[in-house]
Every structure is written in structure tokens, then in C-alpha cells.
Write a new protein. Sequence first.
Length: 277
Amino acid sequence: MYLAGRICFIYLSGEQMITVDKLSFSYGKNKVLHDISIEIKRGSFIAIIGANGCGKSTFLRSIAGLNRFEGDILLDKQHIRRLKPKNLAKHIAFLPQQVNLPEGLTIADLVSRGRYPHQSILHRWTKTDEEVVKESLQAVQASHISQRAIEAVSGGQRQRALIAMVLAQQTRILLLDEPTTFLDIAYQYEILELLASLNRESKTIICSLHDLNQAARYASHLFVMGEGRIIASGEPKKVITENLIENAFGLKSRIIDDPESNTPMIIPRKSENLKRL
């Protein structure tokens, strides 16, 4: 683990895949990201955690090439600014927290949109595309709702369909901003198990999560963000401490081992936290 204030370099196992150098981003005069420098290795499962407003979503959007940021982001030593959006989408799939969708769109149609980077004038829709959509729906257990309109399904079913769309993109890197949003707890763990399975198949997973215990259980490495900076990083057992949780979240806690996964489990200290209310 490496703790830092202004700049943080992260070295993980495997080949270098994403390099972020002095990344900064502002909304008008409000600076949201501050000189972040990192290296992300191929095959990592990274969970980004931090209090609301710390810059998690902005960080993910920058890696996805959706922000006009300062600094550099390289994908396999290529500047993402120099890649056309369609080419970048063949390598990185991004699922934001909120997605606006037109009414009347079926679940199958939504998932089919994930095949967009692979379509061209010379390459139209094929049986391969159809099979990828089918397999992506099966992966998130949404085959039975494939012909339903998106507005006719529950929030959890909608989220699973969106994840299926990302899977249909068939990229090496998945960026997911709060992928378990709207899901019941059973489906939350199914999605996280799915991401873990994809990671074992050499997909690089980078996602933001609100549930710290889920992040510690499933991620190989954590990035802890605070005020637009990465304030701590490393393996969950080395990162998750009582001091870190208090500094990053303002929460008094006790850290124990999860009896199922042997990963850190955060237990809030009720009496001490109630005094702050």
C-alpha cells in the first residue's frame, strides 16, 4: 500500500494497461480531480471507494474519455485523446450511474446497442452479434425479459439489462459506476460474482462501490478517494483500517475478518457515531 496526498502511483501485478499522469478536471472554477497519477495493470479488479462528492464518477468518466481533462491518460501507451470514440469503445466499456433511455426500447434492443463499436458499413448485424447479445442476457439472468419494454421492468431488472449491454460490447476493460445500484442484495452479489468471474477470465474491472464490505470482499485492490485525490491504495487487508475509515468517511468503526471471505469487514461503532448526530 502507498499513502499519498497530492500524487499517487499504483503498481499492480501484470502488464501495464492504463497510465494516468497528472490527471486534473474542473467543472468551471470548481476543481474536482487534483493531479492524479496512477498505473493500472492488466487483469486488475479495482474498487473505487470514497465519500459522496469525492470524485469517483468524474475519475471513471475521464478514463472513459468523456471529460476534457488536464494531464494524460494512456491505454497501452496510446493517448486516449488520439483514439476515435468508436475505437476507444472497442477497448473500454463504461456504464454510468444514470442512463437516459427512450421509451419503447426492449431489453434485447438495449443490449444490442453494446454491439455498436463492432458495426460499420462493411460489417452489419450478423449471427455472431445475435449470439453475443443472447449470451450477455444469459450472463445477467435477463433472457426471460428480453422482449419487454425498458420502462415495464423493475429498477433491478433495468440495471441488469444495462450491465448486459456493457458485456455485449466485448471489451478488455469494464468501467462501472455503482453497478449494483437499484439491485436487491441477492442480485448485488450475483453481479459482483459475475464481475469476479469476468476478472478471472482476464477482464480488467474498475468500478465504484458504496458498500465498503462488498468492495473489500471482491476487489483485488482498492482506490480510496478523498477530495479529488487518491488518498490510499492497495490490497483491502492493507488499506482498510479504522483510521482510514474515519478519515475518509467520518465513521468510527471496528474492523474484523469476514468469516466467509477472510477479508476486512467494517462494523460501525453505533454509540460513538450517534454522538455526532
